[in-house]
Ligand binder design. Structure first.
Ligand code: NAD
Length: 254
């Protein structure tokens, strides 16, 4: 009962919005079977965050070997987009989406049908592999073939530099073009909806923060408290795959 009243209120707040930024975190993909970082089944209960720190990765071959073990054979198994990813596409098709800023590296927004130019992947993605020294780009399949053949810490075949996935590690700068696109959208947006993010990771969380600070509508959809709850116009407590499609249905029906 309460949720449906909140949903109706959220839809009213968004009624006139035409340039909505959707900001997503790991929680939008848990219903696709990909664990988030900090939950009870989160990634940090199984892996060490230190192995994903850039300086550790560069100086410790064992950290690189462990990192490649998480990348191959297939980082996210056969995970498929869920109803929340599909609802982002519906919002775009209704002409109300300015862009989708994601902290996720799983590619599920694009797999649901969102065009790459509507994405700002602030933490990179798992599609690429590059040399940290000369920048040469590699096809993941080629490096995976070497890894299967026993090259557990692959290096650049041009310059001998360390190879790394294009996922942004701790201590690494965010991809410039993605950050600029997200900042541009943050200036132009007339509303922001955060889905499945603890809103605790910076600089990513500056994007919804900036839109909210301009006094625009800020809706949070999450199943636990977030760091920016006090700034939200409204918080919808619940599962992304249920709540967000209902909200998009309500916005696009009106
Ligand atoms: P986070 O783990 O800090 O927060 C996720 C939030 O989503 C939590 O508050 C959790 O309670 C909530 N949540 C989980 N499942 C939910 C659901 N079904 N519906 C609603 N809420 C749900 O993740 P974050 O805010 O994205 O920030 C941390 C980092 O996580 C980012 O740097 C990102 O790169 C990384 N990450 C990405 C993936 C992915 O690509 N799928 C997976 C794990 C971590």
């Amino acid at each position: 009962m309460r949720m449906s009243q909140d949903l109706a209120y959220a839809a009213r707040l968004l009624l006139d919005a035409e340039r909505i930024v959707v900001f997503t975190g790991a929680g939008i993909s848990t219903e696709s079977g990909i664990p988030d970082f900090r939950g009870t089944d989160g990634i940090w209960t199984k892996l060490s965050p230190e192995d994903f720190q850039l300086d550790r990765y560069m100086r410790d071959p064992k950290a690189r070997i462990r990192a490649w073990q998480t990348r191959f054979p297939k980082m996210f198994g056969n995970a498929q987009p869920n109803a929340a990813h599909e609802a982002v596409v519906d919002l775009w098709k209704a002409g109300k989406l300015l862009g989708c800023v994601t902290q996720n590296i799983d590619g599920l927004h694009q797999a649901a049908g969102l065009p790459q130019e509507l994405m700002a992947e602030l933490h990179g993605n798992s599609d690429g592999i590059a040399c940290l020294q000369c920048g040469k780009q590699y096809e993941p399949d080629a490096i995976e073939a070497r890894w299967i053949d026993g090259d557990l810490d692959p290096h650049c075949d041009d310059c001998g530099g360390i190879l790394k996935s294009t996922i942004v590690f701790f201590g690494e700068v965010l991809p410039r073009a993605e950050l600029l696109r997200a900042e541009q959208w943050a200036h132009e947006a007339d509303a922001v909806i955060s889905i499945g993010s603890s809103l605790s990771v910076y600089p990513a969380a500056y994007i919804p923060l900036e839109i909210a600070s301009r006094g625009e509508v800020f809706i949070i959809i999450n199943n636990s408290p977030t760091d920016l709850d006090s700034l939200a116009s409204l918080r919808l407590d619940g599962m992304a795959g249920t709540v967000f499609p209902q909200l998009v249905g309500a916005i696009t029906a009106g």
